[in-house]
Design a protein around this ligand. Structure first.
Ligand SMILES: *Cc1c(COP(=O)(O)O)cnc(C)c1O
Length: 231
């Protein structure tokens, strides 16, 4: 099968650059995270050979098996829901965890990070849209969790993450992304911390997310094509 990984990556990088300029932003402040879940190591290597170094997986087991086969200079991001019993592997393989959504999980990650002598970067996942089938904290619950995250000595709390629904229009998407940004701004002021990262935007909506301040866009399909299994 013909692969378009290289062409897709180049096109997306170009688009990120164009939108950044249009939005008055510096494109070097926007990280392209290639979401490789559901794709084999061979395809990931194609992207790696085009200079891509940041990859995202949503399952710890899949992350572990890929990370142990692939070059060590890859920066792995865990973006899927994390169960407490998988936290130790998550700490071992991911230097970023985007999907932290409880104080219990924060305490566990903090303890494990200390044991493993690591300082992972973590983001709190927020369910802005209020969809029932989504993980993440309600906007109201974020502040308490953020205070705990700030106090965790072995975690580096860097920002917030959200997933927008699929079935909404552009205006609603802008609103969701700008709400995450305002929530972040608010926390920075209240907690007197810097939260640089806003992980928001996927294949279908990343241009809108960048216009609203995304610093990490999580893109799978637009780079690698359609996954056989949706996960
Ligand atoms: C799968 C996934 C993505 C990427 O989705 P695409 O539509 O393939 O770009 C981004 N974020 C999370 C949390 C995901 O699970």
């Amino acid at each position: 099968m013909q692969s378009y990984t290289k062409e897709n990556l180049e096109e997306i990088r170009q688009r990120i650059n164009d939108i950044a300029i249009k939005s008055g932003r510096d494109s070097s402040s926007i990280k392209l995270l290639a979401v490789s879940k559901g794709f084999p190591v061979k395809i990931i290597l194609e992207a790696y050979n085009c200079g891509q170094r940041c990859f995202g997986e949503n399952r710890v087991q899949e992350l572990e098996s890929k990370a142990s086969l692939l070059p060590k200079d890859i920066e792995w991001h865990l973006i899927g829901h994390l169960q407490g019993n998988k936290a130790v592997k998550a700490i071992e393989y991911a230097s970023w965890i985007h999907s932290v959504d409880s104080e219990t999980l924060l305490h566990r990650l903090d303890r494990l990070a200390q044991e493993k002598n690591k300082i992972p970067k973590i983001l709190l996942e927020v369910n802005i849209s209020g969809e029932e089938n989504k993980y993440g904290l309600t906007p109201e619950a974020v502040e308490a969790c953020a205070r705990t995250a700030k106090a965790c000595q072995n975690l580096k709390f860097v920002g917030l993450m959200t997933m927008a629904p699929y079935n909404v229009d552009e205006k609603q998407l802008s609103e969701i992304f700008s709400k995450l940004r305002m929530l972040r701004d608010n926390l920075e002021e209240k907690l007197e911390i810097q939260l640089q990262e806003l992980s928001m935007g996927m294949s279908s909506d990343y241009p809108i997310a960048i216009a609203e301040g995304a610093t990490i866009v999580r893109i799978g399909t637009a780079i690698f094509g359609n996954r056989l299994i949706r996960n």
